[in-house]
Design a protein around this ligand. Structure first.
Ligand code: ADP
Ligand code: MG
Length: 245
């Protein structure tokens, strides 16, 4: 296959303003003997305010796709538009800045610091992020409390994570992801460590965030979780196929 150069990609038409993610013929091949084609000609468009789930067996390319979308990895060929920006030609610093301003990450394990309060855990998310213009008036702590209210945990600000249920801990992690005011939440097995009841509380929060206009992309093994999405996409051997939910 002929790789498309970054120069060719810059001549492409950008997607419209309602498109948060657009992948065009994206391939990711790992150098190995034989080479591993982890993503093959992937075409994906995610519109603003969509809740998309991606399901697929182990080894099908889910993490490779998530790393690509999260600007942690680069396609071998093809182009990736994120919130109107063609990411292919960007350098590492620009990619880091774009990631920080557009993407919130949510993982299976919550990665909360056990000896910091809920509020401190959320506040710390911003320590390493460049301040955004126009945000000077409210302090980080105020914004952390707002994010915690948004996830329904305004009454848990002073708690240590160990005193919370699993679902509450994941909602703290989601509040932390919301601190950067992302255009998109990328979630990798967000309910993988949760029982049914706690899974439900996280899914209810996803519904709520979607109704507020957030765009969600959720990788999951769990059918019940993927059925809650507005659209479901399956990945197998690095190839995507759309499904009607
Ligand atoms: P999933 O997350 O769906 O389990 P991955 O995206 O992790 O799948 O992997 C997709 C394929 O790419 C697998 O065959 C895996 O072995 C291979 N792969 C992933 N990362 C690398 C790497 N760094 N080098 C070589 N092969 C890799
Ligand atoms: Mg994986």
């Amino acid at each position: 296959m002929r790789p498309r150069s970054a120069v060719a990609a810059t001549l492409e038409q950008p997607p419209d303003a309602d498109t948060v993610i657009e992948l065009r013929s994206v391939c990711r091949t790992f150098d190995a003997e034989p080479p591993v084609r982890a993503l093959q000609d992937v075409e994906l468009t995610v519109r603003r305010g969509e809740h998309l789930s991606i399901v697929g067996p182990s080894g099908s390319g889910k993490s490779t796709l998530l790393n690509t979308l999260g600007l942690l990895d680069r396609p071998t060929s093809g182009s990736y538009w994120l919130d109107g920006v063609l990411t292919n030609a960007l350098g590492d610093l620009e990619r880091t800045a774009l990631r920080g301003s557009r993407i919130g990450f949510v993982f299976q394990s919550f990665h909360l610091l056990p000896y910091r309060t809920v509020e401190e855990n959320v506040t710390l998310a911003e320590t390493y992020r460049a301040p955004r213009p126009g945000r000077g008036r409210s302090t980080r702590a105020e914004r952390a409390r707002e994010a915690l209210v948004q996830v329904g945990l305004g009454h848990r600000c002073g708690f240590l994570p160990g005193r919370l249920s699993g679902g509450e801990r994941q909602r703290v992690a989601i509040a932390r992801a919301l601190m950067g005011e992302p255009a998109l939440l990328l979630c990798d097995e967000p309910t993988g460590n949760l029982d049914t009841e706690n899974t439900d509380s996280v899914l209810a929060l996803f519904d709520e965030l979607q109704s507020q206009g957030m765009t969600l992309l959720v990788i999951t093994h769990d059918d019940a979780v993927s059925r809650r999405a507005s659209r479901r996409v399956r990945i197998r051997d690095g190839r995507l196929s759309q499904e009607t939910v």
